[in-house]
Ligand binder design. Sequence first.
Ligand code: SF4
Length: 334
Amino acid sequence: MIIPFFIPHAGCQHQCVFCSQKQITGSSGPPEPSTIAPMIEEYLASAESGDRTEVAFYGGSFTALAPDRQEAYLAPVSQFIEAGRISTIRISTRPDCVTASGISLLKRFRVTIVELGSQSMDDEVLHRSGRGHTAADTAATVALLGSEGFIIGIQIMAGLPGDRDETFLRTVEETVGLKPDFVRLYPTLVIKNTPLEELYRSGAYEPLSIDSAVDLCRQALLRFEEAGIPVIRIGLQPTAELGRPGTVLAGPYHPAFGQLVESSIFLGKMQRLLGKGSEHSSARITVHPLDLSTALGQKRSNVMALKTEYRLRSLSIAADENVPRKSVRLLTSL
Ligand code: SF4
């Protein structure tokens, strides 16, 4: 279980064009440090015994906060760690806000996981997105954190201003080269009251379509999986604020975006199973029970796509617990 604390925009001296931390996190402001311990107690009261429990500080640039503010947040949590009730702390921050002295503060309070919002490894894309750091900053910080034994996560975004398919896929490749412990993938959305809204309204920015975003994230997911790097999140966590009409003005928003990406990978696997140009009148495919809804696709879109492509009279995609996760098996094909 992760106990999340959102510190929207706290510590950040920048304004990335896409950023509206309030709408993204659904949180109105940073919590007071005095509320940290009671909130943890509340979460722990509902935890299953034996659960591994982490505390996470998301949504801002944690290491850019004043050191005494960082300590005010971390000190209450470290008491739970010393008592064996919390296993570790994770924070998220910018790649250009991690210093040697900042690292020693994190280590003193037993932070072990650092997530870096790298977003792109293309300096032109970073510049046009208002990030205020370079790809070299990300590489240097990953090396520094790695040498200090931190578990490192990297967040990247598809569809940033100036990004193209090639630059995004190069970002994926360079991120693989940094060997993070895990990755998060986010498609860029146009959220109200951000600089990106102005760029979009002026015609200077065109968001990805949902199909393009799914396809780019599909390619990224496959590449990270091939490299053995877990992708722990694809697409923003849907919040009430994000779902409110008028919050997301444009872009590939879908509350189950990650499932769309996984479903498109299943579609490709089933297409390969049925064979390009092959003739079938009916087919029966099985998948692991936990993969069934993803394999079927949203509103059975994969079933309809395969039936049309292969002119199938009937197609059944069914669950079989003997099929390994993320695999597909062709049982009968006529
Ligand atoms: S670094 Fe960018 S995305 Fe992160 S909090 Fe600052 S403005 Fe928002």
